[in-house]
Design a protein around this ligand. Structure first.
Ligand SMILES: O=C[C@H](O)COP(=O)(O)O
Length: 247
């Protein structure tokens, strides 16, 4: 069993042509650890522009997509459209989609199902809110979220699970390596029990929430942390340090 370390950047609603060129330049300069899979989640309007600027060892992801291939859904984009322009990854279920835009577990499951049918690689995000952690409900919340996703996955080679505790996102309050490892460990055990040994052994479970150049190395040493989903720091040159955390 050896899981390739996976590092994603999630630019969220940030970036313009000039800024994207700067990011592409520091990623080109790297050097990036060749043993790491690197994906950046780009605003939809810049997917093609970014794809043309990035070095070949970094690929783009969409930050969202809809649950059907086409139709009267103003403002949405579909997996078919992403595939049509050569995009192979999509982030689904991010906490900002869940909590700002009201996406439910049910809608996220439908989106994951359709993205899988369309052969996109999915970064499926889960994570508890602060009040849920403080109420001792972390396990219950993440198990219910992963169950919703697991029920629709048909190809486990095309999915990365991102554990992102909501209280750690954009707050500077990173989960400690022990806190993150504890949840990654129980998620892997859940997959072992409810899906299979093979899936549990092979799937990448990555951590997101205030990952920086300063904390990535310690987090990367935990046995069940297989990479990161990075927000703010993925817009800065320190993203290279995070990609290289295992070196
Ligand atoms: O998708 C990334 C997460 O929301 C983490 O964002 P952050 O690194 O800015 O805390």
């Amino acid at each position: 069993m050896s899981r390739k370390f996976w590092v994603g950047g999630n630019w969220k609603m940030n970036g313009d042509k000039k800024g994207i060129e700067e990011i592409a330049n520091f990623l080109k300069a790297g050097p990036l650890d060749p043993n790491v899979e690197v994906v950046v989640g780009v605003p939809a309007i810049y997917l093609e522009y970014t794809k043309n600027l990035l070095p070949p060892n970094v690929v783009v992801a969409a930050q969202n997509c809809y649950k059907v291939s086409k139709g009267a859904f103003t403002g949405e984009i579909s997996p078919a459209m992403l595939s049509d322009i050569g995009v192979k990854w999509v982030i689904l279920g991010h906490s900002e989609r869940r909590h700002i835009f009201g996406e439910t577990d049910e809608l996220i499951a439908e989106k994951v199902a359709h993205a899988q049918e369309s052969r996109l690689n999915v970064v499926a995000c889960i994570g508890e809110k602060l009040e849920e952690r403080e109420g001792g409900e972390t396990e219950e919340v993440v198990f219910s979220q992963i169950k919703g996703i697991a029920e629709v996955v048909v190809d486990w080679t095309r999915i990365v699970i991102a554990y992102e505790p909501v209280w750690a996102i954009g707050t500077g309050q990173t989960a400690t390596p022990q806190q993150a490892q504890e949840v990654h460990g129980i998620l892997r055990d859940w997959l072992r029990k409810h899906v299979s040994d093979k899936v549990a052994n092979d799937i990448r479970i990555v951590y997101g929430g205030s990952v920086t150049g300063a904390n990535c190395v310690e987090l990367s040493k935990e046995p069940d942390i297989d990479g990161f989903l990075v927000g703010g720091a993925s817009l800065k040159p320190e993203f290279v340090q995070i990609i290289n955390a295992k070196q």
